[in-house]
Write a protein that binds this ligand. Structure first.
Ligand code: 5AD
Ligand code: FES
Length: 369
């Protein structure tokens, strides 16, 4: 047996194994990693895909991440904030369709009007769905008070990508006033408040090694992340990192393959977390998200933002489904998922099993992980 097969044969991976799997360098080895991850997914979370309806509610952003298309310095964009009523009717539609959960995402702001907007949306979405729709917030770094206010209003899950677990790499991708440590502390705060904690990284960043990606996966474990959203880095033409990867067009295939392998290795190391097949996968291949599901992901975030706003929320170039309505997106996704032999968990919240297990262990007085 070669080294890779020996690792894949283990019941539990060791931290040192992760970089070996991530570095699999032949098509046959890469396929073995993905197949092993799919088997673990079927065993741990079943052939069920959970939908989270995504609303990109505003592209106003106070930050200036060097890779992001909606960064404050990008003046080519028309800025928008979707009116509350439009979001509420979209959330009602999602609930009526049997979605278990919605995600409210936007650029980062922390002014009082924004804090109130989110509080109102959370309160009203919980009310209109008779507390059935689980709400995930993905609106960046905020104060403890704000996180607590939103939690009390009924938001139970929070997604804050650390982008990379390597502080030095983070510094190269952000202006000097953006702080990796502050972001990490936000994750700790969110966990201590009781949120189901989501995070993630970009894969294939300029200068990123497989050892760094391996440490990203260990970071998720250490910081008690139970929902993971990771996608390939894709340069955006109106950002300083537009040319950070030379000849990107030639590297799309390798970038997609590395992203899929990172999803797979995450599933192998953390078998019971929720992992999203990020939309960015589909920017690199038309069936990129399905490939994500076959590599171990079990969550998809159909975009429910009205198409009239979508072109102004291009975080990276080539973002798919810019013109499709929510209904079209649903039809297209359902067909694709059925073709994989999986079903959609309509009418289920789809909480992360790792989160439920940890809470149950905590309630029994056992040490929580
Ligand atoms: N390529 C890939 N992902 C990106 N994001 C932002 N810009 C890019 C890019 N150029 C991701 C970040 C952010 C999420 C909302 O979108 O990880 O957290
Ligand atoms: Fe908006 Fe990074 S540019 S959070």
């Amino acid at each position: 047996m070669n080294r890779l097969d020996t690792i894949l044969d283990k019941d539990r991976l060791d931290p040192d194994d992760l970089a070996v799997l991530l570095g699999a360098d032949t098509p046959a080895k890469q396929a073995s990693v993905l197949d092993a991850a799919y088997a673990v997914k079927i065993r741990e979370v079943g052939p069920v895909v959970y939908f989270r309806g995504l609303f990109e509610l505003s592209n106003l952003c106070s930050k200036d991440c060097l890779y992001c298309g909606i960064r404050r310095s990008n003046q080519k964009l028309e800025r928008y904030t979707i009116p509350i009523d439009e979001i509420l009717s979209g959330a009602r539609w999602a609930w009526e369709q049997g979605y278990g959960s919605v995600v409210l995402q936007s650029g980062e702001r922390s002014d009082p009007a924004f804090v109130d907007l989110i509080t109102e949306l959370v309160t009203k979405i919980r009310a209109l769905s008779h507390d059935q729709l689980a709400i995930t917030l993905s609106v960046g770094e905020q104060s403890e008070e704000t996180y607590r206010t939103w939690f009390k209003s009924g938001a139970e899950r929070y997604l804050l990508r650390i982008e990379t677990s390597d502080p030095e790499l983070y510094r190269r991708l952000h202006p000097a006033d953006h702080s990796w440590e502050r972001r990490r502390d936000c994750l700790r705060l969110l966990h201590s408040i009781g949120y189901q904690l989501g995070s993630g990284v970009m894969i294939g960043l300029p200068g990123q090694s497989v050892e760094q990606l391996a440490r990203d996966i260990l970071f998720f474990e250490q910081e008690r992340v139970v929902m993971i959203g990771m996608g390939p880095f894709i340069p955006h033409a109106d950002t300083p990192l537009r040319d950070a990867i030379r000849n990107f067009a030639w590297k799309r295939h390798a970038q997609l393959a590395l992203a899929l392998r990172t999803i797979a290795v995450t599933r192998l190391y953390l078998p019971d977390v929720n992992i999203a097949a990020a939309t960015a996968l589909q920017a690199l291949a038309p069936n990129g998200r399905e490939q994500g599901l076959m590599a171990g992901a079990n969550v998809i975030m159909p975009n429910l933002t009205d198409p009239k706003y979508r072109s102004a929320y291009q975080l990276y170039d080539g973002k798919p489904c810019v013109d499709e309505s929510a209904t079209q997106c649903r039809g297209c996704l359902e067909g694709r998922i059925a073709s994989l032999g999986e079903t959609i968990g309509f009418g289920q919240r789809g909480d992360s099993r790792r989160f439920l297990r940890r809470n149950a262990a905590g309630a029994d007085g056992a040490a929580s992980c």
